[in-house]
Ligand binder design. Structure first.
Ligand code: NAD
Length: 267
């Protein structure tokens, strides 16, 4: 049987670790050729590609800092050179630079905005250009292209000590919705995934000791941390024709973190 994403090409930013690596593997398993982007860890990116290939998938690794316009242009140019086009963009690269707000430096603010928000703008713009040029190829998909933005439950939940991060994800939400509205008539689909707490290096302090983990579970009605495979399955669904009529949403994958868990045992 034909795989859901066979014949399609996906760029996954920040794919050398965590959620990006998990999503890259899941898309490859679903039949897509995957461009494994990294900014500073070629070895980890190669390991992700090796895993993809050992499971019968294909792709290549490429260095690009998503906050740098020329790097992004080069990454798309190389993708077109190898695979002619791109069908799926996973705007995943992101980081935290945590600080009390009154002590936050402009550098900490700008770095998070540059990567988490401007990086998504730059990659989405190049993807949209290509989707408009190519249009729909019905042999591959009913959509002219798909963009999936990695947002967070913090596009909704305020986060003390992380004002730059939550502001960047709030920005991602309106960036995603505005692009979705602008290009829906061309059958381009733009959606977000809003992870809750997923076990990755970004939040290791929240799960690596039993005490920290038990504390984290107070925020998660489903009473387990999320795994990157939970996000991988959501990404495959949003990238595939199974979600063809879904546009401009954030799909929260959070074990119920948005359900005001403080009210669980509140009488
Ligand atoms: P991670 O630190 O494992 O992965 C982040 C990746 O982004 C890394 O591979 C890093 O190298 C890459 N990156 C950083 N700056 C980059 C740049 N300038 N250019 C290209 N790549 C760059 O963390 P993760 O948890 O896998 O995070 C992935 C995404 O998921 C982020 O956008 C994060 O905000 C989001 N997210 C994560 C969680 C969670 O609980 N882990 C929750 C909500 C949202």
């Amino acid at each position: 049987t034909k795989k859901k994403l066979s014949g399609q090409v996906a760029i996954v930013t920040g794919a050398s670790s965590g959620i990006g690596a998990g999503v890259a593997k899941a898309l490859a398993q679903a039949g897509a050729a995957v461009v494994v982007n990294y900014s500073s860890s070629p070895d980890k990116a190669e390991a992700v590609l090796t895993d993809i290939k050992s499971n019968g998938g294909e792709g290549f690794t490429i260095r690009a800092d998503v906050s740098k316009e020329q790097d992004v242009l080069n990454m798309f140019a190389e993708t077109f050179k190898r695979y002619k086009t791109v069908d799926i963009l996973i705007n995943n690269a992101g980081l935290q630079k945590d600080s009390k707000f009154h002590e936050m430096t402009l550098e900490e603010w700008n770095r998070v905005m540059d990567i988490n928000l401007t990086g998504q703008f730059l990659c989405a713009r190049e993807a949209i250009k290509e989707f408009l040029r190519r249009g729909i190829d019905e042999t591959k998909s009913l959509s002219a292209g798909k963009i999936i933005c990695m947002s967070s439950v913090h596009e909704v939940i305020p986060w003390a000590g992380h004002a730059n991060y939550s502001a960047s994800k709030g920005g991602v939400m309106m960036l995603m919705k505005s692009i979705a509205q602008e290009y829906a008539p061309q059958k381009i689909r733009v959606n977000s995934i809003g992870p809750g707490a997923i076990r990755t290096p970004i939040n290791h302090a929240a799960w690596q000791t039993p005490a920290a983990y038990n504390n984290l579970l107070k925020l998660i009605p489903s009473k387990r941390i999320g795994e990157v495979e939970d996000i991988g399955r959501a990404a495959v669904w949003l990238a595939s024709d199974d979600s063809e009529y879904v546009n401009g949403i954030t799909l929260f994958v959070d074990g119920g973190m948005l359900l005001y868990p403080g009210f669980e045992d509140n009488g």
